[in-house]
Design a protein. Structure first.
Length: 666
């Protein structure tokens, strides 16, 4: 019995049973067993044990987990490994040892000693040690094998589905990368045709599935019925040359289990299924007085000479812009706040008037056909009335003061849902309606704040067009967006200009300045504020990747760029010179070993940072036939057995240029 360098055996249906984990340790992942369905009695085979992708392995590399693998051949009686310390008296122990926590999978080469038509092979993860802190996190998994005389050709096809991470918070901003691997025997099936089925159950948590390529195209759900409800049918796709297909699962704010299964197209018996856990714990209470709550948020986020959220200042121009722009500004404001008990989403009345519905987070308030259900507590911010209230708010000494929404003068700003709709109804969506609005908010994924990790994933997948233009400027330069009718947003000689509804400026004295304007046509003026290198990262509507402009600046040098509302031009003019953009922010890979030994099972760790030194989360990592994704700190770890030559490592992400590295294998 030895540990093998092979990655997978043929698939058998695996059943995982997870037991409780003490509070002193991080939760362990569920595990699964893969083994041939039929095997010869004297034939050596490889048994795959997968699912030890616990985050503890990334943050505490000395963490370990004890694993026992055994077989049970009795036709009746208890299943194997009921005794944590080594199995029952009828078990054959194939492996017992300690492996690093965080390992994706490992294999055991063994053979069965007895012919039987009812072998059950089992794996158990027992005591774990998180850098000196022991815990007993018991996870079991099993697969059935028929043992026959002679030899069996191990050329069965298999599908393996993995989710990283296997659990996310049900806060509306969850993201898990799904990897689907197609194999025959122990080899990958290049360009395999796959059928993918996300969870079709009506009660399943709300989620959408997007491609990791082509800007993150929406793959599921892909169609709607005439009554507005979504189709629950899966979709077909293809693996890459390494037999792997990676997908991004964006999750909403409803807790529970969301399943994802993969099947080899046309071969329904070759499949695998994994569950993504959405943890709804930590959601706080709904505000007892929404008017007072929003007033305090207005004081905290919108006041002062340098407010934390400048977008809502544009609401002062109540007659400028559109209802949609004000609706989006309020949604961005609430998205920045992220109150744990507050659910929110856009709504429009039958007459087209726009609002933002407030409700207890985690509850279902939207019907399958897209209407807001009546009931309590449901409150609505009337976006045009809030714009008028903000516009009429008095200032003292030039400092904006957010209106007290509890004041009777503003009674029409925040209303109970029934009062706002009157005798009519409200649809879940924007004013006017936008494509894919039925797949956002109200339990579905929500856009993370502008500039936050995951925003590009949301925009690229759903394509709501609410992102507009987002500019990050690494000094020394300032920007000014000039829109229709003379409205401007940006930094001028006298300070900030915030006349574009739904836009904002964040320009700290040190660090990265950030600008955002809703989709539309603008003339963008650039002005140098000193001497040095400037890097402008500009994202636009419909663009799969941001445009990165790099140039040298000097004080008062000028530049221009015309924005039509249809992406970002490839070049701008600054200081009389033409500057061409590079698509995607650069990434770099660090932490890789200098060399590897051929045929030796090894855990390869790495870290991915962008060109500005910021960790890249959720990036897809491919190293040979192994695949994974970076965590929030930009780290990933893959367990693999390299072959002699060179191991190529590729990191890809929709908002970045791909990064590559190569490790010699001797």
């Amino acid at each position: 019995m030895t540990l093998s360098g092979r990655t997978r055996s043929a698939a058998a249906l695996a059943v995982a049973v997870a037991m409780a984990v003490p509070a002193v340790a991080e939760a362990a992942s569920s595990i699964s067993v893969t083994a041939p369905r039929r095997i010869g009695v004297n034939q050596t085979f490889t048994m795959g044990i997968s699912g030890f992708a616990d985050p503890a392995g990334y943050s505490t590399p000395r963490s370990t987990v004890r694993v026992i693998v055994a077989g049970h051949h009795r036709s009746s009686g208890p299943s194997c490994l009921e005794d944590v310390n080594g199995g029952t008296s009828g078990d054959t122990i194939f492996f017992s040892g300690v492996i690093p926590a965080g390992s994706y999978s490992f294999t055991v080469r063994t053979r069965f000693p007895i012919i039987s038509d009812n072998w059950v092979v089992c794996a158990l993860s027992a005591q774990q040690d998180f850098t000196g802190q022991a815990a007993f996190a018991h996870n079991r998994a099993a697969a059935r094998v028929v043992v026959v005389r002679g030899r069996v050709a191990l050329r069965e096809k298999a599908i393996t589905v993995s989710l990283s991470p296997p659990s996310v918070a049900a806060d509306g901003n969850g993201l898990s990368v799904a990897s689907i691997l197609a194999t025959q025997g122990f080899d990958a099936i290049p360009n395999a045709r796959l059928a993918v089925q996300p969870d079709p159950k009506p009660a399943a948590p709300r989620a959408v599935v997007c491609d990791t390529r082509g800007g993150g195209t929406l793959l599921w759900p892909g169609s709607r019925f005439q009554d507005g409800t979504r189709s629950v049918s899966g979709f077909d796709t293809r693996a890459d040359g390494g037999g792997t297909k990676q997908l991004k699962v964006l999750t909403g704010s409803q807790g529970g289990q969301f399943s994802l299964s993969g099947t080899l197209k046309g071969q329904s018996s070759v499949f695998d299924l994994k569950q993504l856990a959405l943890n709804a714990q930590g959601q706080g209470p709904f505000p007892a007085d929404p008017r007072a709550f929003l007033t305090q948020l207005g004081h905290d986020y919108m006041e002062g000479s340098a407010p934390r959220f400048g977008a809502a200042l544009a609401l002062r121009g109540a007659t400028a812009g559109t209802t949609l722009a004000r609706q989006q500004a309020i949604l961005e404001w609430l998205g920045f706040v992220r109150s744990p008990g507050l659910g929110f989403g856009p709504a429009r009345r039958a007459d087209g008037r726009g609002g933002v519905v407030l409700y207890p987070k985690g509850t279902a308030v939207r019907t399958a056909s897209g209407f807001i259900t009546p009931g309590a507590p449901r409150w609505v911010i009337d976006v045009d009335n809030l714009g008028t209230a903000v516009a009429n708010s008095t200032t003292f000494g030039g400092i904006f003061r957010f209106p007290d929404l509890s004041d009777p003068r503003y009674a029409g700003v925040v209303l109970p849902f029934g009062s706002w709709v009157g005798g009519g109804f409200a649809a879940a969506g924007f004013a006017p309606a936008l494509p894919n609005e039925d797949l956002a908010y109200f339990g579905y994924p929500e856009p993370p704040p502008v500039g936050a990790p995951g925003r590009n994933d949301f925009e690229g997948c759903l394509g709501l067009g609410i992102g507009g233009y987002l500019a990050d400027v690494h000094s020394p330069a300032r920007l000014l967006f000039k829109g229709a009718g003379g409205a401007s947003l940006g930094l001028g000689p006298a300070g900030a200009l915030l006349d574009v509804p739904g836009g904002f400026v964040s320009a700290p004295a040190r660090g990265v300045a950030r600008y955002h304007v809703p989709a539309g046509a603008y003339a963008l003026d650039l002005t140098g504020t000193g001497s040095g290198k400037v890097t402008l990262v500009l994202s636009g509507p419909g663009a799969a990747q941001p445009s990165v402009f790099s140039f040298s600046a000097r004080a008062n040098a000028k530049g221009t760029l015309a924005l039509s509302g249809r992406g970002v031009p490839r070049a701008l003019t600054f200081g009389g010179r033409r500057v061409t953009a590079t698509l995607g922010v650069g990434m770099r890979i660090s932490g890789l070993p200098r060399s590897l030994k051929a045929g030796k099972r090894v855990r390869v760790g790495l870290r991915v940072l962008d060109q500005f030194g910021v960790a890249v989360a959720g990036a897809a990592v491919q190293a040979g036939s192994a695949a994974g994704a970076t965590d929030a700190r930009g780290r990933a770890a893959l367990l693999l057995t390299p072959r002699r030559g060179r191991l190529n490592v590729v990191v890809s992400d929709p908002g970045h240029r791909s990064a590559r590295a190569s490790i010699p294998v001797r």
